[in-house]
Design a protein around this ligand. Sequence first.
Ligand SMILES: Nc1nc2c(c(=O)[nH]1)N[C@H]1C(S)=C(S)[C@@H](COP(=O)(O)O)O[C@H]1N2
Ligand SMILES: [Mo]
Length: 406
Amino acid sequence: MKRRNFVKKTVLSSMATLIGVDIVFGTTMPNGYQPIILQDPDPYKMFNKDKGMEVLNDRPWNIEAKAHLLNDKITPNKFMFIRNNGLIPENLESKTWTLTIDGESVKQQKTYTLADLKSKFTEYTYQLTLECGGNGRSEFDPPAKGNQWTVGAVSCAQWTGVRLRDILEDTGIKDNAVYIGYHAADTHLSGDPKKEPISRGVPMSKALQDETLLAYRMNGEDIPLAHGYPLRLVAGGWPASVSGKWVNRISIRNKIHDGTKMTGTAYRIPCESIAPGEKVKDEDMCIIESMPVKSLITYPKSGAMIDQGKKLDIRGHAWAGELEVTKMEYSIDFGATWKECPIEKPVNRLAWQHFSASVDFPKKGYYEVWAKATDSKGTSQPMILPGWNPKGYLNNACHRIAIKVK
Ligand SMILES: Nc1nc2c(c(=O)[nH]1)N[C@H]1C(S)=C(S)[C@@H](COP(=O)(O)O)O[C@H]1N2
Ligand SMILES: [Mo]
């Protein structure tokens, strides 16, 4: 009894230190109880995510989907991966939110409220594929540091907003403009307000595309906080790191944007392929632009069972960065032979495309279904892991699911 009280006292005082004030009725608190204020937040409730999503990190929050959760043609929030580099901003006010366009190559620096953006410019809606450059990282060997994404760091939601191009036309851009760089309201993990967790961008040619939006709605509603409320840059088909969340400033640069995570090994890969584990000189690293061709079997879930003699209907999505997917194939013999299956046109440029097939299995046993997409330039997904790179980007190897025929 004595010992229990003693333990409780020290626990109590350390809890009080964490809370910042005394726990008034602390001595009557059940032993082992954790005060609500100290309980870990439930990310599923906090972000409205499906329980099947996988939390990879909580500081910062990084959460991924599973292939079978991504079966919807338009990804709903509950199945959308979260990738944060810093801390989600708090107490955001859409009424007082402003976006400033500045930089060496802006003709006239301007600041817009959200109401200005909505009233001055034409609104557009596009479905846009956002895939983290590090999606698939978990398979690289030697392993790459960072979140160990499997296949679920990809989404294709519907984004509504105004064209960045129309805003830049309003401010004017100088002839020497090269790149845009975003700045956002999230904070660095260190708490240092002078440090940005991430500040990336795209060349002018990508910034000026029709589909490059400053979005204020996702799937017809305000953007969920974790995905960039109240304003987000969306540039589909490129590593999703260029799609800045919580954006409050865009700089028009007269050089390649040099913000946080634009240099070194961040979102850059060796310009020429190298051996796994090999060191690369800084000047031999190239910024990732359009994402490579890729596909995902989203139905059925891997491990499904089917009765002999029945056909298995499979479904999934395929995407190819700036390009379109023009051919879709599947294999049930570990890639020895392939059968073509239909692939739909995208609803708009930079949206993922849907495929389906009805698969026949010759007899009882274990099978794998592999899927392979080919883009409009004739490039296909590799069957095995593509080029190793220091940070484990761009793994677009064929997706596979296991099937048992009984
Ligand atoms: N401001 C800000 N924007 C950001 C990030 C971030 O940490 N801060 N992460 C980037 C990265 S690396 C990715 S993959 C996407 C993820 O978008 P999502 O969380 O909406 O899925 O947001 C990008 N935009
Ligand atoms: Mo990312």
